[in-house]
Design a protein around this ligand. Structure first.
Ligand code: NAD
Length: 270
């Protein structure tokens, strides 16, 4: 069959490849013939070209990984992330967004024309519009150090660190799309509904699963990580070659129901 997804021989960098959606995407990329370079704080089991132990909340660790990555890259997948609770809000924002942006900005010059970036945001970030001014002000801080210093100042760190980190990712994705289009590079993200992964195991130690079920699709099913890995790989593939600046809800209709007033809207999705 023709390589319609276009991953054969492509150089892919992926964070969060040790488990969940990132591991699922990694498996798929390997099956599709990609050369995969994986970054994770944990051990990556898949037979990737290179696995680099990286802590996304530690700038020096991300910089050390950047040095080991290839000079030319086709696709960057940003999958690493933590739930909050239990992770403190500040650490969550550093891992889920500040480290992600540092890596992405550093790798941008290495991404070849025709390349793509695909990241994992969340339904929890879908209320970004109502908070756009605050998110933009945070993005304008620019560097890892400036963002971290601001977050550490008394009273600055948002209480909902998880939601804020995912809002920031959606706004960042849309903000970069125009500039990257001039280089023929696409940038998108997905917003998964609740998914059964280690993330969910950690989250449900603090928040009862019943409370999270309210954010599940109408069939009540939590996604297996593979269903998110597939959507992410599709979005960065040649099949989506004119798709950029998009935050794709992968939620079996949850956001559609909210938009049509068929469900409550606790996350203020507009
Ligand atoms: N599971 C859900 O319900 C859900 C819903 C929406 C969005 N998400 C997002 O999906 C992404 C993938 O999560 P998942 O559900 O597959 O969970 P997961 O816990 O299975 O995978 C997360 C991966 O990130 C890695 N990681 C965590 N902290 C890190 C750090 N400091 N540095 C480097 N790597 C680190 C972990 O080792 C793991 O491999 C995350 O960004 C998460 O926020 C999850």
């Amino acid at each position: 069959m023709a390589d319609v997804l276009g991953y054969q021989g492509k150089v892919c960098v992926i964070t969060g490849a040790a488990s969940g959606m990132g591991a699922a995407a990694t498996e798929l990329l390997l099956q599709l013939g990609a050369e995969v370079h994986a970054l994770d704080i944990g051990d990556v089991k898949a037979p990737v070209k290179q696995a680099i132990h990286t802590n996304m909340m530690d700038k020096a660790s991300v910089d050390a990984a950047i040095e080991q990555l290839p000079a030319e890259i086709d696709v960057l997948f940003n999958c690493a992330g933590v739930p909050s609770p239990p992770t403190p809000a500040l650490e969550t924002i550093l891992i889920n967004f500040v480290g992600l942006r540092h890596l992405t900005d550093a790798l941008l010059p290495r991404i070849r024309g025709g390349g793509a970036i695909a990241s994992i945001s969340s339904t929890a970030g879908m209320g970004w519009k109502a908070n756009l001014e605050n998110v933009k002000a945070f993005l304008e801080l620019g560097s890892f150090d400036a963002a971290e210093s601001w977050l550490r100042e008394d009273g600055n760190c948002p209480g909902d660190g998880y939601g804020f980190s995912k809002q920031a990712l959606i706004v960042y994705t849309q903000t970069l799309a125009g500039e990257l289009a001039k280089r023929e590079i696409r940038i998108n993200c997905i917003s998964p509904s609740p998914t059964d992964s280690n993330f969910m195991t950690e989250l449900t130690k603090t928040i009862p699963k019943d409370a999270i079920t309210g954010f599940a699709p109408a069939h009540g099913r939590f996604a297996p990580p593979e269903e998110m890995g597939k959507a992410l790989v599709m979005l960065a593939s040649d099949l989506a070659s004119f798709v950029s600046g998009v935050n794709l809800p992968v939620d079996y209709g949850y956001c559609g129901e909210v938009a049509m007033g068929q469900r409550d809207n606790p996350m203020n999705i507009q």
